[in-house]
Design a protein around this ligand. Structure first.
Ligand SMILES: *Cc1c(COP(=O)(O)O)cnc(C)c1O
Length: 448
């Protein structure tokens, strides 16, 4: 794999530049940040995050004439600083647990813009959602309908709900529709009749206000065809429910899943363009199915909102040449801060942060430091042969790294800094050994 193109908003953050061979983001030299804060370090570019939020909002507003909202799926990466930033941009928030809702509430994220998802929301989680008066609860199944209705009656509220449906669209096969993924743990199937049953169940509960339907067909989707198929099925279902049960469609969500580029081998599709196209697809479907009063549209980018706004910075600790094998460049992080290569075989690019422009490259593997053979961040990459002590920068590190990070091998989770205009701000300190043991207690033996 060749050295990735360092182009604005592509694989690297928008403000990335090279200054005398050094990688600079947000006006900050990675070498200076590593010296100040240590490694592994996650560096987020504030300008890129703002550009994504505004770009997606504008793309949807331009392509869809009705009301619309862009909700950030915070499971990609949740922290107070980023939710505050996005709240100010008029973005909504998807949460999938009481913990994610807690972070939103902590920064006083406008509750009417919070959407609560999940296929098995606990009673405690639904109670919290009602207490916080979140804007929408996206109901997944019949058990949840009954539970939520009971809790709403108890509290004397009437929450706005969307029903999560499964449209049986295979997002990973180009334009290929299959009934195969009727078999999913998420939502109620349209094709099987379960979704219609769900609508019936909600209508029987006066405590629930059914506003419309939601679907989410997968992640890292680079083609428009799966969205076209999904939206078609959502509207066909909405029309059926309008005709058979008199349900007015006030809101619809085709979910998130917009793809990003991790390496130059990934398609060069921009999420903003895809979002614009999805907006147009929804507008066309509303017209086709006779919904003259356009429903509000919400879309839910997680990965594409943050992935290429951040860089993971590691220091090289050893360079091991295996005769007849590869050269292993071992860094001071790995699967504890980025599980994606180990879990999904995800591919990444990287540069030497202090010699980005060095063209004498060789094939190496970037190995993590944790005790698993599978802890390899990058299996093959062309880099100038790294020396011990040099910095490796891995871009596209903003989504599903820190939110999936662990303390495996009693690793300390990394520090996080936000850069903008030549200044850096520490928003999360590196964990300490004391943090590791904070929840451990002696405990007292009690009966059963
Ligand atoms: C995870 C998730 C998303 C975001 O998916 P990305 O691939 O990160 O864009 C959106 N909506 C729902 C309901 C999700 O569970």
């Amino acid at each position: 794999m060749s050295i990735p193109v360092i182009a604005a908003g592509d694989i690297f953050p928008d403000t990335t530049r090279i200054d005398r061979g050094h990688l600079v983001v947000g006006g900050c030299d990675m070498a200076d940040l590593a010296a100040r804060y240590g490694t592994p370090l996650y560096v987020f570019d504030e300008a890129s995050i703002l550009a994504r939020a505004r770009g997606y909002r504008d793309a949807l507003a331009r392509s869809y004439p009705g009301a619309s909202i862009v909700c950030y799926a915070s499971k990609a990466y949740s922290a107070p600083w980023i939710l505050s930033l996005l709240a100010d941009e008029g973005v909504g928030l998807d949460v999938v647990s009481a913990g994610e809702l807690f972070v939103g509430a902590k920064v006083d994220f406008p509750r009417e813009r919070i959407y609560f998802h999940g296929n098995n929301k606990g009673e405690d989680e639904l109670r919290l959602a009602l207490a916080e008066r979140v804007g929408r609860i996206v109901v997944d199944n019949l058990d949840e309908v009954r539970l939520l209705a009971r809790l709403a009656v108890e509290r004397g509220v009437r929450p706005a709900v969307l029903l999560r449906v499964s449209p049986s669209v295979d997002a990973h096969t180009h334009a290929h529709l299959t009934t195969g993924n009727l078999d999913t743990k998420f939502g109620l199937g349209i094709e099987s009749g379960a979704a219609a049953e769900g609508v019936g169940a909600i209508l029987q509960e006066p405590a629930l206000d059914l506003r419309g339907y939601h679907a989410h067909i997968g992640s890292q989707i680079h083609e428009i065809e799966p969205y076209e198929a999904e939206v078609e099925r959502l509207f066909a279902f909405a029309k059926e429910m309008r005709e058979e049960r008199g349900v007015a469609l006030r809101e619809i969500s085709p979910g998130g899943g917009f793809g990003v580029r991790y390496t130059t081998e990934d398609p060069a599709v921009k999420a903003a363009d895809m979002i614009g196209r999805v907006g147009a697809v929804v507008a066309a479907a509303a017209k086709k199915f006779g919904f003259d009063r356009l429903p509000e549209v919400s879309i839910e980018p997680g990965r594409s909102m943050v992935a290429n706004t951040a860089i993971a910075l590691y220091r090289v600790g050893s360079v091991k040449r295996i005769p007849g094998g590869r050269t292993y460049v071992a860094v001071d992080g790995g699967m504890a801060d980025n599980i994606r290569p180990t879990a999904y075989g995800a591919k990444y690019s990287a540069v030497l942060a202090g010699r980005v422009d060095d063209t004498r490259t060789t094939d190496v593997a970037i190995a993590g430091k944790y005790c698993e053979t599978g802890d390899i961040l990058i299996q093959h990459i062309e880099l100038p042969l790294p020396r011990v002590g040099e910095l490796i920068a891995v871009p596209t590190a903003g989504a599903y790294h820190l939110s999936m990070a662990s303390n495996y091998n009693m690793a300390l989770r990394p520090a996080v800094v936000v850069v903008a205009n030549g200044r850096s701000r520490l928003v999360r300190r590196r964990e300490t050994f004391e943090d590791l043991l904070a929840p451990e207690i002696a405990g007292e033996a009690v009966k059963a």
